[in-house]
Ligand binder design. Structure first.
Ligand code: TPP
Length: 248
């Protein structure tokens, strides 16, 4: 069900994100799921480095900051010490798929019982739009001004596909936040991941395809079309692994 009121896990303020940035919507969806599960006082937000971390300002609950890329290690420690808490990381693609690639693969492979929310905007937003591991082939960034060339920079990393081949993860899914259906599905996926964690099932990973109007150099509306034409065909949304099955 869509909700039209601010969830209790968010303070009554604007997000601080640039106009049209989908990080704000992603934050809202996480907060909605937490409220629906009545976990506001129980949730711990493990904050990463990047624009992804700005959700901290509007977050009304427990949180802890991690060094760049190290949120999965911090979440591992917290969840092992406080197994009854709802622990999640919220990470960008630079944080998770570049400097933190070993961290995320190791935590997923160990089957740690926490949830990763992965906001993939295909750029290093906070530092000025450099190429990220997920920047699309041909996509311009400040470090690939003629577009990403796989000959020199390789291909965009598909994190859901990589993580879903590991034995331990229980739920791995990707959603695109550029359409109403994608948004509604994403909320269900986040909620399902949290429910699995609360049931002690193991590692859950939810990728959210987002945008960066400022660094992509486009209007917010143009980024949604760009995502439709370019991002979604490459990073195909869907449930990549669902060990427990059941309704989403
Ligand atoms: C150890 C370390 N290296 C580099 C940086 C600089 N830095 C800050 S944010 C960032 C990239 C963040 O990009 P991403 O994770 O994609 O998040 P976004 O800002 O796009 O949401 C980098 C490289 C840092 N803070 N710490």
């Amino acid at each position: 069900m869509p909700s039209y009121k601010r969830p209790g896990a968010l303070l009554p303020m604007s997000t601080g994100y640039c106009p049209g940035c989908l990080h704000g919507l992603a934050t809202r969806l996480v907060a909605d799921a937490i409220e629906e599960l009545n976990q506001q006082k129980n949730a711990i937000n493990v904050v990463s480095v990047g624009c992804s971390a700005l959700n901290l300002y509007s977050w009304c609950g427990d949180d802890i900051g991690a060094a760049h890329g190290r949120a999965p290690a911090v979440a591992t420690g917290i969840k092992r010490c406080l197994p009854d808490r709802l622990v999640f990381t919220y990470q960008g693609d630079g944080d998770l798929a570049a400097i933190g690639l070993a961290e995320i693969m190791s935590a997923a492979n160990r089957g740690e019982n926490f949830t990763v929310i992965f906001a993939n905007n295909q750029t290093y937003g906070m530092t000025g739009g450099q190429m990220a591991p997920t920047t699309l082939v041909g996509q311009k960034s400040t470090t690939t001004p003629y577009g990403r060339d796989p000959v020199t920079t390789g291909y965009p990393l598909k994190m859901c596909e990589l993580i879903s081949v590991l034995e331990a993860p229980v739920f791995v899914a990707r959603y695109a936040l550029n359409s109403p259906k994608g948004v509604m599905d994403a909320k269900k996926g986040i909620k399902k991941a949290f429910e699995l964690q609360l049931a002690g099932k193991g590692f859950t990973f939810v990728e959210l395809l987002t945008n960066c109007p400022t660094n992509w150099g486009m209007s917010p509306l143009a980024t949604l079309d760009y995502m439709n034409t370019n991002t979604v065909p490459y990073f195909v949304p869907g449930v990549y692994k669902d060990k427990e099955g059941g309704k989403q």
